[in-house]
Design a protein around this ligand. Sequence first.
Ligand SMILES: Cc1cc2nc3c(=O)[nH]c(=O)nc-3n(C[C@H](O)[C@H](O)[C@H](O)COP(=O)(O)OP(=O)(O)OC[C@H]3O[C@@H](n4cnc5c(N)ncnc54)[C@H](O)[C@@H]3O)c2cc1C
Length: 459
Amino acid sequence: MRSAIIIGGGISGLAAAWELRGTTDVTVLESAPRVGGQMRSAYLAGVPVDVGAEAVTALRPEAVGLVHEVGLGEALRDPARAATVVWSNGALRTFPGEHVMGIPVDPVGLTGTGLLSDGGIDRLRREEALPARGLERDVAVAEYLAGRIGREAVDRLVAPLVGARDGASADRLSLRAALPRLAAVADHGGSVIGALRTVRTAPPPLGGAAQGLQGGLSRLPRVVAQASGARILTGTRAQELRRTPSGRWRVLAATADGPLVVEADAVVCALPAPAAAALLYPHAPGADAELDSIRHAGTAVVTLAFSRAVMPKRIPQGNGYVVPPIEGWATREVTFLSNKWQHLAAAEPGLFLLRISMGHIEEERQLALPDRHLIRTAVRELRQALGAVGEPVAAHVMRWENALPQYDVGHMERVARIHSAVRELPGVDICGAAFAGVDVAACVATGRAAALRLLGAAA
Ligand SMILES: Cc1cc2nc3c(=O)[nH]c(=O)nc-3n(C[C@H](O)[C@H](O)[C@H](O)COP(=O)(O)OP(=O)(O)OC[C@H]3O[C@@H](n4cnc5c(N)ncnc54)[C@H](O)[C@@H]3O)c2cc1C
């Protein structure tokens, strides 16, 4: 393989370009005016803030590794350490002790927190005595856990955390795809809480489980694009994929200056699933329908700046809170940026910055409203949780439509079918957030793996 076209200039596609550097002549086609996809920053009151992904996990190596490889390691920043806080039953309530995706390692510790009713805590405490029943098929997170820890704990503790992560609904989310460690416990039957207590892994690395970048996480895709040496064509929307008589691949694209045709030995589709489906049809029968069946959640990120001087109540403590979908709010998660990230507090000490993630796969109506309504709703729900906060001095709304792929029950099998259909096409591969994890580290892993497969096949 001497040349490759990568379609999609998000972090998945750019990770593939990075992997191919030095061996392959790479062209990246990106429909937006900039690379980075869902890794993007904006200026709020003069401070660069992430309005898409804001932190990469430090619990697996791929994203942090790429940051170091492209020379950004010194810009990595640790968040402040803080307990998980949940808005529940009319108050902000702090999660006591350790938990894994909302499942407490010590249910007794919940007593007196107001997070669950006495009955709910009692149900949790009895979980270890429930009969062991192994899992025979993939099920929804809520279906499995409700039978073990009770529906109240699922709604009040687990659902807000899985919702905060992917905008997902615990009632549809695949246990195997989203919580593989828990699924492994479920496969053998037995107690979830007992197993969590024994498989509880080593403490997170110094500095915590996730890291941000000074200047914004969106620096990463920009630097990767540049360092990869690839030809980056922004404002270029791929519209059709054709096989040439000599077995190469030709991409027909649209640009502001008119149509563009690019040809190469290989193609990597690093796109949201529906966009990949449109290009792969009709080359990979079956794959396009499977890709189209992956639902996507929309989300909006409202970033607000308050003047510390006029904030009527004391400055909130901690890193923010999550809101269970059962509360019926538009807010899914609130992040106190100025508490969580020291570099943001230092950038504008007179301001208190916070970010509100809104929308949920089962509740997207509010996202259709104009920006001013979203800001008003965000501030109203903020006041319900924090009391009087005054009026923001600056606001930014970023809408992400159909952004978060939903790993519904059966997702792993669907992904396996997609990969096997695509592998029938010589010189074509696929990667992105729809396949092996939505987080940036998983996207980097899929991009690099797709590039390595193409290199391996060409060797
Ligand atoms: C609000 C929000 C917050 C998040 N927070 C975090 C976080 O803190 N930590 C974390 O790890 N993850 C987070 N994520 C998830 C993570 O950011 C994404 O899963 C990841 O960035 C997706 O990368 P990707 O390259 O697969 O897809 P994308 O970023 O969607 O990139 C795909 C690219 O393809 C382009 N494209 C589409 N169609 C075409 C076409 N026909 N031709 C050419 N180009 C096309 C798009 O413009 C886009 O740039 C967050 C996501 C969102 C939306």
